[in-house]
Design a protein around this ligand. Structure first.
Ligand SMILES: [Fe+2]
Length: 141
């Protein structure tokens, strides 16, 4: 049973960002799974991969918000920096081995709440989603 799962209610109606959110969730799940299997080496590698991916994803998202004139870009940026800070603290805490699985629960809840409550606020600022019939025959962008 994965720690968290992406579902349609988390869609921000931008395919590229949905895919990145899914990838972040999958990396957190894989790292948590490694922890459950006591494979700390793999867990550390996955957390490092997840952190790099989060940096990339947040930059892509922030650039899009800027491009489309999102009103609370600074507030959103601050939230992203908090996540990075939390993950950094988490990576430090690996050394004293405190509540590792609780930290995973915290990170997964943070990410889900962020997508549902903060990311979804930018939907109206983004270009309109494509209709079913347009998907597959659009080669713009
Ligand atoms: Fe975000």
């Amino acid at each position: 049973m994965p720690l968290m799962q992406w579902d349609e209610s988390m869609s921000v109606h931008v395919d590229a960002l949905d895919v990145q959110h899914q990838q972040l969730i999958s990396l957190i799940n894989e790292a948590y799974d490694a922890l459950q299997r006591h494979d700390e080496h793999h867990m550390t590698t996955l957390i490092s991969k997840m952190t790099d991916y989060a940096h990339m994803h947040f930059a892509v998202e922030e650039n899009l918000l800027k491009k489309h004139g999102y009103q609370d870009l600074e507030g959103h940026r601050f939230q992203h920096s908090q996540f990075i800070q939390d993950v950094t603290n988490f990576r430090k805490s690996q050394f004293d081995r405190t509540n590792l699985s609780q930290i995973f629960v915290y990170l997964s809840r943070w990410l889900k709440a962020h997508i549902l409550e903060e990311d979804r606020k930018y939907i109206p600022y983004m270009p309109q989603p494509k209709t079913e019939s347009e998907i597959g025959d659009d080669d713009s962008e």
